[in-house]
Design a protein around this ligand. Structure first.
Ligand SMILES: [Mn+2]
Length: 175
């Protein structure tokens, strides 16, 4: 059988062509995923996830004058890590009469014991700055409260309005 040069060339071209198409597809998919992750969208539907509306920022409280006589201790990003926070307070020999704690964002989320951290901050009468995770949880809390006041079930509301809700821990914390 004669060696078919032309056919072999065609096959080789096909293989290269398929490889090229595959590479372009992979690159497109990669860019698609990257773009989705950056914009926080839903990968499968390419629609942005539903988030409750922003709350206007309000200055709730100024640092009272007598507090500025105390040692001001700034702690950031506790993220629900209760045990380590307790250890830290021991290490710095925190004394309520002498020291005042100011948490500078993200008391909650990521860590295992967000609720306990918030309770501790409250019991110590600490000051807090609202972090992005705190904000997200508070926005959900405000949203859930408003649904509750209208007698609407959250899961039902999501289903009826077909909202692309990413189930995050912020919702559970808000609940
Ligand atoms: Mn943080």
């Amino acid at each position: 059988m004669p060696y078919n040069k032309k056919k072999r060339f065609c096959n080789l071209l096909n293989v290269k062509f398929i490889a090229l198409i595959l590479m372009i597809s992979l690159c497109t998919l990669f860019l698609f995923i990257m773009n989705d992750n950056i914009s926080g969208g839903n990968f499968l539907t390419n629609t942005p996830n539903f988030e409750p509306p922003s709350i206007n920022y309000t200055l709730l409280k100024e640092l009272e004058a007598h507090l500025s006589q105390k040692n001001l201790i700034f702690i950031g990003d506790v993220h629900g890590v209760f045990n380590e926070l307790s250890e830290l307070l021991e290490i710095i020999e925190y004394q309520p009469l002498r020291d005042h704690l100011i948490f500078v964002g993200d008391l909650v989320a990521k860590g295992p014991e967000s609720i306990k951290v918030v309770s501790l901050a409250r019991s110590l009468e600490a000051s807090c700055v609202r972090g992005n995770h705190d904000d997200k949880m508070l926005r959900w809390k405000t949203f859930l409260n408003s649904l509750e006041s209208q007698g609407i079930e959250f899961d039902e509301y999501i289903k009826q309005n077909n909202l692309p809700v990413e189930k995050t821990e912020h919702i559970d914390l808000a609940k």
